[in-house]
Design a protein around this ligand. Sequence first.
Ligand SMILES: *[C@@H]1O[C@H](CO)[C@@H](O)[C@H](O)[C@H]1NC(C)=O
Ligand SMILES: *[C@@H]1O[C@H](CO)[C@@H](O)[C@H](O)[C@H]1NC(C)=O
Ligand SMILES: *[C@@H]1O[C@H](CO)[C@@H](O)[C@H](O)[C@H]1NC(C)=O
Ligand SMILES: *[C@@H]1O[C@H](CO)[C@@H](O)[C@H](O)[C@H]1NC(C)=O
Ligand SMILES: *[C@@H]1O[C@H](CO)[C@@H](O)[C@H](O)[C@H]1NC(C)=O
Ligand SMILES: *[C@@H]1O[C@H](CO)[C@@H](O)[C@H](O)[C@H]1NC(C)=O
Ligand SMILES: *[C@@H]1O[C@H](CO)[C@@H](O)[C@H](O)[C@H]1NC(C)=O
Ligand SMILES: CC(=O)N[C@H]1CO[C@H](CO)[C@@H](O)[C@@H]1O
Length: 302
Amino acid sequence: MLFSTIAFALLFDALVWATPVLWEGRAPYNYTKADIDESIGPYFSAVKGTHNASNYFQFLGHALLTTPIWPVPEQAIRTVIDNSSIFTPGSSAPQLGFRRSEIIAQPSESGNRTAFDAILESGVTAFHFSLKTDKALPLNYSHEYQGVWIEPNDGSHIFDLQITSKLVRTPATHVLGIRAHNGTVLFQTPFHSTEWHNFAVVVDWDNLTLKVFYSLGARPLKAVTNVEENSSAVKGPNGQGEFHFGVLKLPLVDPSETPAEQADVVHFGIQEGSCEALIYSGIFVESTQDGISIGYGNTMSV
Ligand SMILES: *[C@@H]1O[C@H](CO)[C@@H](O)[C@H](O)[C@H]1NC(C)=O
Ligand SMILES: *[C@@H]1O[C@H](CO)[C@@H](O)[C@H](O)[C@H]1NC(C)=O
Ligand SMILES: *[C@@H]1O[C@H](CO)[C@@H](O)[C@H](O)[C@H]1NC(C)=O
Ligand SMILES: *[C@@H]1O[C@H](CO)[C@@H](O)[C@H](O)[C@H]1NC(C)=O
Ligand SMILES: *[C@@H]1O[C@H](CO)[C@@H](O)[C@H](O)[C@H]1NC(C)=O
Ligand SMILES: *[C@@H]1O[C@H](CO)[C@@H](O)[C@H](O)[C@H]1NC(C)=O
Ligand SMILES: *[C@@H]1O[C@H](CO)[C@@H](O)[C@H](O)[C@H]1NC(C)=O
Ligand SMILES: CC(=O)N[C@H]1CO[C@H](CO)[C@@H](O)[C@@H]1O
């Protein structure tokens, strides 16, 4: 009994610390509605509409199984948009073209995110995330969505997860794509309606490269690209930024607007105002100094 407890503790330690984890975003069961309203702990919840954060970010407790690949107890997180999901950054104009609800990684409620991002975004690090559809609140595939990205101050994305149905074969499949800094799609896979889709994007912050790992459902992660050049990204602090996950819904072009308005997707365009969601789990960032975690306590060299 004692032996197995110690063995388990050692095993658990080894699993958790193997690589090591730099930011733990797998939500513990004690994380509550009141916590997200106050942006407590690992989640900064300011990118949202005017209602309380818990209106847009729901911690699902034992109601839904999380991705099976990580032996870590966690709750799934539902990120929801509705017609109130209009973000107004600081003193700027409301972003009427978008509907968005995003959680941003932070060290703690009182931590310095800029200094923290420099830790997550130095050397070679892996950004892990798993997502699935919400049957009750489906996306509208007439639109394009973005689900995960790292955004430096220039507004670019070091990489992002794009959700679309534009580039597909028949029968109509919705696709998850990982795009590089210059928008090139490095990897695409169908977005199935019931399963977890597990990703890790390895960023080499010095050599400016990306490598994508992916698996469906309960399978361990596998490399799905080579090391890809990403040299349009900037080295150093100007190339570091916040790690976002959630739902960002882009507008459709409104033919009644002027060409300049049509080009300004942040502020113009068509939104139906529907209520839609994505569900996340398995969100964390790790150093790859001892390899990348691929699931079930195993690692692989990058
Ligand atoms: C959850 O419990 C852990 C362990 O007791 C504690 O460190 C952490 O602060 C708690 N988190 C929240 C959000 O209450
Ligand atoms: C938002 O949270 C505050 C503090 O918990 C509460 O007083 C208020 O009623 C909430 N508003 C809504 C719209 O739920
Ligand atoms: C959605 O919100 C916008 C901006 O506030 C508003 O103009 C529009 O009428 C709303 N749409 C619906 C369907 O409520
Ligand atoms: C946060 O960290 C950055 C980078 O290390 C630093 O420049 C900035 O002054 C810090 N901000 C605060 C409020 O301490
Ligand atoms: C999806 O968006 C299109 C284009 O705006 C709209 O015609 C359609 O009604 C929307 N579907 C749903 C289910 O909201
Ligand atoms: C973006 O990257 C891809 C792949 O490396 C390359 O083929 C393409 O020319 C690049 N596009 C721009 C605009 O830099
Ligand atoms: C990064 O670049 C350095 C120097 O150019 C090289 O020695 C190193 O092998 C590269 N690392 C990777 C992971 O490609
Ligand atoms: C994969 C990728 O995005 N590669 C691009 C990185 O940026 C440089 C410079 O803009 C491009 O030349 C690469 O094609």
